[in-house]
Design a protein around this ligand. Structure first.
Ligand code: MLT
Ligand code: MN
Ligand code: ZN
Length: 281
């Protein structure tokens, strides 16, 4: 299985177009350009699945040689898109896929019901919508399977909906042939026992790196809501839990501009995901 990091930043990217915070200023000076969160995964090197569709998707796909179209005029190795939330930073790129001859979309029923772009997309492409079962694994092309775990209930600002629904999930993508597994959880409000078991035995994981510390939103941006209230467990709270999983290679993604790890900073024992990085499991 191969996993390509398409984008490593939270909503807005780093630097964000209208932001003059210390992190965005530092990123601009250093020529850092982190696009918004998402990955592409393949089991056989031929059939690829996108996890989330950020507003930066076009640029992300153009820089990923393996995702080039062909040999037919409209052939693409992209077999589908798996969504982990309905947030705009994970879904606004769907409109950019309207040229597809067919588009297979996988998400929880809650997310599918909320997406305002689906009726629009149906008029442009052969849209096939698949409800991601939570619990049972679903078979994908190229020998992959995916399992979803609901980890959060934060409703996107644009949506109406019950906060007890399946708004945010983690995915565990397995390769049938090799037995390897990759866990994607870039929006993780809390480290539950269920999530701990879900991560157990995986080979690699992309985890929530939005904030490095609990006081970061207040310190760096004057925000009074805590990372947990915003649906993002800080890295310093995840690290102790990871001691139970020494076999999992962990990268932190969905980095917010308040997090100095997004703009060239480093922290002991923390590996940060980079745009274009590839993991071979
Ligand atoms: C989040 O990750 O919490 C959301 O994407 C926030 C947002 O961009 O509205
Ligand atoms: Mn986000
Ligand atoms: Zn900023």
């Amino acid at each position: 299985m191969r996993v390509r990091i398409l984008g490593s930043a939270a909503g807005g990217g780093v630097p964000q177009w209208n932001c003059a915070c210390a992190g965005c200023v530092a990123a601009r000076r250093a020529g850092i350009d982190r696009t918004q969160d998402g990955v592409a995964v393949t089991g056989d090197g031929t059939a690829w699945y996108l996890v989330n569709a950020s507003p930066d998707l076009r640029t992300q796909l153009l820089s990923a040689g393996d995702l080039e179209p062909g040999p037919g005029r409209r052939d693409t190795p992209i077999r589908g898109v798996l969504l982990t939330t309905a947030e705009l930073d994970h879904t606004a790129g769907l409109l950019g896929l309207r040229e597809a001859t067919r588009l297979d979309l996988y998400a929880t029923g809650t997310v599918l019901a909320a997406l305002p772009v689906l009726p629009i997309l149906r008029r442009y492409t052969d849209l096939r919508v698949h409800e991601l079962p939570t619990g049972a694994p679903l078979a994908l092309d190229g020998g992959l399977t995916v399992r979803a775990l609901v980890v959060g209930t934060k409703v996107p600002r644009y949506a109406d909906g019950r906060p007890d629904d399946a708004w945010v999930c983690a995915l565990r993508i397995g390769d049938e042939r090799t037995g390897r597994a990759f866990v994607y959880a870039t929006c993780l409000p809390a480290w539950t026992e269920d999530f701990d078991a879900f991560l157990g035995g995986a080979d690699a994981a992309l985890l929530d790196g939005t904030f490095r510390t609990a006081d970061e939103p207040l310190r760096a941006a004057g925000l009074t809501r805590t990372p947990r209230e915003m649906g993002h467990l800080p890295i310093t709270d995840a690290l102790p839990r990871l001691r139970r999983h020494p076999g999992v290679r962990v990268l932190f993604g969905h980095l917010n501009n308040t997090n100095h790890l997004a703009s060239g900073g480093a922290a002991a024992g923390v590996e940060v995901a980079e745009d274009g990085q590839e993991l071979v499991l």
